[in-house]
Write a protein that binds this ligand. Structure first.
Ligand code: GLY
Ligand code: MN
Ligand code: MN
Length: 434
């Protein structure tokens, strides 16, 4: 029976030129301090094509035969008692479906024989584990190629050119895993919103999120939680999460669980005390209107940049109406003065990586149009720092971002994260009842 990894390898190889070899280098364990390692997480390209979750492994795929070679750590009873079971060379074949498997020490010797007649080498080596050897391999091939055989000089290409466009369109199995990550994260956000009140602190709420997504089967969070009270939310990737939360301030929480290698990425912003004041409500509703206007545009055929442009126009109109921008709306759209408050782009692909891989442009360089199976975030924000002295005081010290996870369907879209309260009424109702 072919499994999903086998199918993906086949789809990949069908797109490579004749007789190519693809090398996919897995991650090694990272040191935290001295002999203590970080929890291991496999490289996403490697996992996408193999499902093999041990450190140090390397996969080699032959285009002509379709053969899958896996280089992995050999069995080692003492190491396995200390650090857990290994598949070993036999398990790489019997459990993980490799056609041939070898201990890691044989990698370069075997690779050189595999690439001896290979005109194109494709490599995925995110951390550059073999970047210094690459030239030696191709040079070796040149030296060992006998004078009367057709010369075959390997050219080297990033595998990402072929693999990452595949990863942009999610298969049904991937969408199911993203849904699991998102559903766990919905529960995490609801738990945090329900428990947020003055005199809690950012770290307690960050931990509550982690605990809740673990209850829903997540292995980890997909990125460090951003739990930012008041002016801390001005920093887009605030990760200290170390401050007390104060009455009268807003809390911005950007957090997503990771479920079997797939990410969620959701942001909500609400008053620490559960009741929006007038200025908070005004800015919040501008951001929410921008998000909803962009979500309404999501369907097959919409160019990617329309989502950003929609968000910017709605937020510029709102900021103009409130008096935080000057001029008329067409001038503002032209001179982009709104960027002072809107700061960042409004979305990215979502999948195995939270900022998932794959192009946003087509081969002519035009913005890509949406297709069924794409999953991405939309995440407009307005940020007014505490020291913005030309802005009325009541608006200062506020960073409001709202982020949802959107799936493109055959005839439109689905907002996967819509169940986290997002309107002023929904938020106030939940916070006042808890
Ligand atoms: N959490 C990172 C981002 O929203 O892009
Ligand atoms: Mn995001
Ligand atoms: Mn986010």
């Amino acid at each position: 029976m072919t499994n999903i990894y086998q199918q993906r390898r086949k789809t990949l190889l069908a797109q490579l030129p004749k007789d190519s070899i693809a090398i996919i280098v897995g991650y090694q364990q990272k040191v935290r301090s001295k002999n203590i390692k970080y929890h291991f997480r496999q490289d996403n390209d490697f996992y996408y094509l193999t499902g093999f979750n041990e450190p140090e492994a390397i996969a080699v795929l032959e285009q002509s035969s379709g053969r899958y070679h896996l280089f992995c750590r050999p069995k080692d009873p003492a190491q396995e008692v200390s650090f857990g079971a290994r598949a070993g060379v036999e398990g790489a074949i019997s459990i993980h479906g490799a056609d041939k498997a070898y201990p890691l020490v044989e990698f370069e010797e075997v690779l050189l024989t595999l690439i001896a007649n290979c005109p194109n080498l494709y490599i995925s080596d995110e951390l550059g584990r073999f970047s210094s050897q690459l030239l030696c391999w191709t040079n070796q091939q040149r030296l060992t190629c006998s004078f009367d055989t057709p010369k075959c000089f390997t050219s080297v290409h990033p595998l990402a050119e072929i693999l990452h466009p595949m990863r942009v369109i999610k298969q049904d199995e991937e969408i199911a895993l993203i849904r699991s990550a998102v559903n766990a994260s919905i529960a995490g956000h609801v738990a945090v919103m329900s428990n947020c009140q003055p005199n809690t602190n950012e770290r307690q709420l960050a931990s509550l999120f982690n605990y809740t997504v673990a209850q829903y089967g997540c292995d980890d969070v997909a990125y460090p939680n951003i739990v930012a009270g008041g002016n801390n939310a001005i920093c887009l990737h605030y990760e200290e999460n170390c401050c007390d939360l104060n009455d009268g301030e807003m809390l911005l929480i950007d957090a997503g669980g990771e479920y079997q290698h797939y990410a969620a990425d959701i942001t909500r912003t609400y008053p620490v005390n559960g009741q929006f004041n007038q200025q908070q409500k005004t800015i919040y509703n501008i951001v929410l209107a921008a998000l909803d206007a962009a979500i309404a545009k999501v369907k097959p055929g919409t160019p990617w940049n329309h989502l950003y442009e929609t968000c910017m126009r709605v937020m510029a109109e709102g900021l103009l109406e409130v008096g935080l921008l000057d001029g008329n709306i067409e001038e503002i759209m032209q001179n982009e003065s709104y960027k002072r408050f809107t700061v960042h782009k409004t979305g990215h692909w979502l999948g195995m990586d939270v900022h998932d891989v794959g192009p946003y442009h087509d081969v002519q360089g035009k913005w890509r149009t949406l297709e069924p199976g794409m999953v991405f975030t939309i995440e407009p924000g307005i940020y007014i720092p505490a020291d913005a002295e030309d802005v009325p005081k009541a608006f200062r010290g506020m960073g409001i971002r709202i982020e949802d996870d959107i799936l493109v369907t055959d005839d439109g879209h689905e907002n996967l994260s819509a169940q986290v309260p997002r309107t002023v009424n929904e938020i106030e109702a939940l916070m006042s009842s808890s």
